[in-house]
Ligand binder design. Structure first.
Ligand SMILES: [Zn+2]
Length: 130
């Protein structure tokens, strides 16, 4: 079953009883971001299926953007185990739910925002990263 953004937003809007106020939506969205971040970090600190080894990103003025892009690192080593993957996907789903709720409360359309951003990314390409 593939996802239709408009259907997702409409369903989120219809199920949003307790947090209908934009104030509640904003705070829930913020809280959910923290929960997602925590799930990512717990994969490293509690489970250990991934490790995070952060180092300074090396960017050279003598290389092209494409060459520099190849040198950039996610700082993630290993792969998410099924349990951590499921937890992170669940938290991401909640985050998208609150984002869709915010769209509904403000009279915005999540699908057109995604389409607009996609066009922007395609137009700017790698320069979007700067
Ligand atoms: Zn894990």
């Amino acid at each position: 079953m593939s996802c239709n953004c408009s259907e997702f937003q409409e369903t989120a809007e219809n199920l949003q009883f307790l947090n209908k106020s934009i104030l509640d939506i904003v705070t829930k969205l913020d809280e959910q971001t923290s929960m997602l971040n925590r799930a990512v970090f717990k994969s490293a600190t509690h489970c250990g299926c991934i490790e995070i080894h952060a180092t300074k990103q090396l960017f050279s003025d003598r290389k092209t953007l494409e060459e520099n892009k190849l040198d950039m690192d996610t700082h993630v080593e290993g792969m998410l185990c099924p349990k951590c993957r499921e937890k992170i996907e669940e938290e991401m789903g909640e985050l998208i739910f609150y984002l869709a709720s915010m769209c509904a409360a403000l009279g915005l359309d999540l699908e057109s925002i995604m389409n607009s951003k996609l066009e922007h990314l395609k137009t700017l390409g790698i320069y979007n990263l700067l």
